[in-house]
Design a binder for this molecule. Structure first.
Ligand SMILES: NC(=O)c1ccc[n+]([C@@H]2O[C@H](COP(=O)([O-])OP(=O)(O)OC[C@H]3O[C@@H](n4cnc5c(N)ncnc54)[C@H](OP(=O)(O)O)[C@@H]3O)[C@@H](O)[C@H]2O)c1
Length: 298
């Protein structure tokens, strides 16, 4: 399916992923872009407010706009907030996604749902799509239930799990990279884990992968992530090299030294062979991606 000239609904367009995706879809597509508490979406889109916990509003918005494709990126994304308000997390992340999947099926819209490596418990790493998911947190559990709903309802739907995303962020939502650069640029120390392994991915690469998944007529569950496995501390060092920040501001810590509300997996790295063999997708290497971002932000 070519995305050109399609009517596309992007939920969560005020967030870092939805923002980058909406910008990339323009001007070829007609983009309906939703926000919730931050009324800021890319220029050129049709901006609409949507609170996923309002079921009637969600149904009305989808049916009035009749999108050909729905990229469902909106979610409660802070694992600690999800843990503290599990009812809301389930309503926003799971029940609303279930509703979107039903509506997409009724309307014949293609649904793409973005999920996370935090569906895994992190005990082994290099997870494939058919490995058993055992989330350690309400966030991971809410996203896993949402995945199951999407895959159970819409035969043609796509669920794409990803790892830690980095990029410029939107006007109102940063990424792991901008949290690091904000601290270091301000001369503040940044504590980073030396023992949590992820395969970080450039947001723009993930956007390209989502579009390739639709244009390649994929369906089902896929893992999309960067090609290098790094700890957050190693990522911080790469940031210092690319941006010229002082590496001594990075403070190595262990996950055991930090008390989060929600538990995090130690090694939730994703195996991406299924996706890379189905498409021509090649993620950018971290050093090259960070050098590009440093030049853009200079
Ligand atoms: N960032 C990562 O490292 C990462 C990794 C793996 C998977 N993912 C997945 O990728 C997707 C996008 O993440 P992101 O990094 O772009 O997150 P983000 O920057 O935190 O943005 C979240 C978006 O969801 C919207 N939202 C939150 N609660 C809502 C509600 N009740 N009703 C409607 N919209 C609501 C926010 O709107 P307002 O800001 O306007 O309230 C915002 O647009 C999520 O599904 C996430 O699970 C992210």
């Amino acid at each position: 399916m070519r995305l050109d000239s399609m009517r596309v609904l992007v939920t969560g367009a005020s967030g870092s992923l939805g923002w980058a995706l909406s910008r990339k879809l323009l001007p070829g597509c007609e983009v309906v872009a939703t926000y919730n508490s931050h009324p800021s979406v890319p220029a050129g889109t049709e901006a609409l407010r949507l609170d996923l916990s309002d079921r009637d509003a969600l149904g009305d918005l989808c049916r009035q706009n009749k999108p050909d494709v729905i990229f469902h990126c909106a979610a409660m994304t802070n694992p600690d907030e999800c843990e503290q308000d599990s009812r809301r997390a389930l309503r926003v992340n799971f029940e609303a996604t279930l509703e979107i999947a039903r509506i997409a099926k009724d309307m014949g819209s293609r649904l793409v749902f973005t999920s996370t490596d935090l569906v895994f418990d992190g005990s082994k790493g290099d997870y494939r799509e058919d490995d058993a998911a055992r989330p350690l947190s309400i966030y991971g559990m809410s996203k896993l239930r949402a995945e199951e709903a999407v895959l159970g309802i819409g035969a043609g739907s796509i669920v794409v799990r990803s790892s830690l995303m980095y990029g410029m962020g939107s006007e109102t939502s940063g990424t792991f990279l901008t949290r690091v650069t904000d601290a270091l640029a301000g001369g503040r120390q940044m504590k980073l884990f030396t023992d949590q392994r992820r395969n970080p991915i450039l947001v723009d690469d993930f956007v390209g992968a989502l579009m390739a998944a639709v244009e390649g007529d994929l369906s089902g569950l896929y893992h999309v992530a960067g090609r290098e496995v790094l700890t957050r501390f190693e990522f911080g060092r790469e940031v210092c090299r690319a941006f010229g920040y002082d590496e001594t501001l990075l403070v190595p810590i262990s996950m055991e030294d930090f008390s989060y509300v929600a538990a995090r997996p130690l090694d939730s790295t994703l195996n991406t062979e299924k996706f890379t063999s189905a498409t021509a997708f090649q993620p950018t290497g971290i050093a090259e991606a960070l050098a590009g971002l440093a030049a853009e932000m200079a």
